[in-house]
Design a binder for this molecule. Sequence first.
Ligand code: CA
Length: 228
Amino acid sequence: MKILLVEDEAPIREVIKRGLEEDGVYTVDTAEDGRVGLDLACDKDYVLIILDLMLPGIDGWTICEQLRNRRVNTPILMLTARDTVRDRVRGLELGADDYLPKPFDFDELLARVRALIRRDKLSKGKVIRIGHLEMDTIAHRVLCDGKEVALTSREFSLLEALAVNEGRVMSRDAIQYRVWNNEDSLSNTVDVYIRMLRRKIDADRPVKLIHTVHGLGYMLKRPDEESS
Ligand code: CA
């Protein structure tokens, strides 16, 4: 699980990164500068963002606000030396999920990190039903008209990305970021995977769910009779 840590103080950064990576389940990307942190948070898929408040570039509040405005809903744990109720309320209002004043105990940080990730998984872990499709995002199961369909993990991620954004067009770039984490891949990878997915999800069905939006990308759409 990938975590982003935005913190300008090197000793704190080192302690958190080393501690979390020792736990074995996490890998930690770090940024010392607010702007770099914001770019990383927008471009990559993290399970959690640990965000210091006072940063060079842009501060933690602004990062938080901009991420939420851009619909990046990754949980955010804010760190700050300033422990006042006003700061805390402001952080939460701007979309932070939790708040940890410095200095803190590493064990407490770890407990909060685990709790936030667990909470986020639970809230996302619901069954998505669109037309003939039923997707269980925890069990990683896909049913079409009640019959199980075997998908590879990439196909599943792609379908999940489209389903979560149901009714909204996703560009090839956005899909690429989300499903391939921006790893190098051939330019037509997305199209190839869409084709495979269509074969498994939409072939032989009177109403198609996956639509090509010419010049823009792809969209998973609820059949019309259900949209009202
Ligand atoms: Ca700082």
